[in-house]
Design a protein around this ligand. Structure first.
Ligand SMILES: NC(=O)c1ccc[n+]([C@@H]2O[C@H](COP(=O)([O-])OP(=O)(O)OC[C@H]3O[C@@H](n4cnc5c(N)ncnc54)[C@H](O)[C@@H]3O)[C@@H](O)[C@H]2O)c1
Length: 277
């Protein structure tokens, strides 16, 4: 037990109650990991939630109150269809969470070894997919004169590592998409932000643990000494897309257990179970 958890058992830590009653939310990639937690949290707080995902099997296993709509966000026509269907069926669109992304194992290479098809796929889903969804959503939000778009980016959009020459630069572009759209649509009553998680316990991270030095080493690189849980990103997304963040736009929120604050020149934290000499 560390000193933080001891403190949390003896001192009140506060609580959070979100009210999203009546709001209509689309979450892309909501069948797994962070997206699923975002769907669940919005639904629990009263929102009508549409999960736009390619994973039909996962769509049969969604939290209560979340509607599945099959959508490949790399296809513009799919994005138009899910947005139009949502607005027609539920009467508006209040929040779009651009979350669907891929990080294929084959993308962990220096770019001179990267198959062009892997680059094309990552760009199609992680970059064009965000733009296609926003193109459709912003049209409706502009007519409503309200709305929030949240782009899920990554700590790797801010600073990089070896072998993420595809994923990292595209995640950086997700932050600039948010800034660009925020400036463009601010006078229409629309806010646009990005959220950059550190390592979060999801299938995407579990699939690349070997490339990241293993679970213990990855946890130890975060100053808090652990990786995050999808719930912890979801609660940041609910706050930033709600009225408590009404003056927050065109900016990025890092939800990363302090990872981004630790300089690469800093002494690494000792591994918890390392033998001392
Ligand atoms: N897990 C992490 O540590 C971490 C860290 C930083 C940023 N992120 C970002 O968080 C987001 C979610 O990551 P995750 O770890 O939950 O991933 P995940 O792999 O667990 O889930 C991704 C979801 O996206 C869906 N998807 C993939 N391609 C799609 C497409 N073309 N159209 C629609 N849906 C599609 C998948 O079916 C899946 O349900 C991503 O944007 C990722 O880059 C994750």
């Amino acid at each position: 037990m560390n000193s933080n958890s001891e403190a949390s058992e003896t001192r009140p830590s506060g609580g959070i109650i979100f009210d999203n009653g009546g709001r209509v939310v689309i979450v892309t990639g909501g069948c797994s990991g962070i997206g699923k937690a975002i769907c669940e949290n919005f639904a629990r707080s009263g929102a009508t939630v549409v999960c736009a995902d390619v994973d039909t099997a996962g769509g049969r296993n969604l939290p209560e109150g979340v509607e599945f709509f099959k959508c490949d966000t790399s296809r513009k026509e799919d994005c138009d269809t899910v947005v139009d269907w949502t607005v027609e069926r539920f009467g508006g669109l209040d929040v779009l969470v651009n979350n669907a992304a891929v990080q294929p194992k084959e993308s962990y290479r220096p770019i001179h070894e990267l198959p062009a098809a892997v680059w094309d796929r990552v760009v199609a889903v992680n970059l064009s997919g965000y733009t296609f969804m926003a193109m459709s959503a912003l049209r409706h939000m502009q007519q409503q004169r309200s709305g929030v778009v949240v782009n899920i980016s990554s700590g790797q959009g801010h600073r990089t590592a070896r072998q993420v020459g595809t994923y990292g630069p595209v995640k950086a572009a997700n932050i600039m998409q948010a800034r660009q759209w925020a400036v463009e649509y601010a006078r229409d009553g629309i806010r646009v932000v990005s959220v950059s998680p550190g390592a979060i316990d999801t299938p995407l991270v579990r699939a690349s643990l070997a490339q990241q030095g293993g679970g213990e080493a990855l946890a130890n690189r975060h100053p808090v000494g652990r990786i995050g849980q999808p719930e912890e990103v979801a609660s940041a997304v609910l706050w930033i897309s709600g009225p408590g963040a009404s003056f927050v736009t065109g900016t990025d929120l890092e939800v990363d257990g302090g990872l981004g604050a630790l300089g690469s020149f800093a002494d690494p934290y000792p591994m918890p179970n390392a033998a001392t000499s």
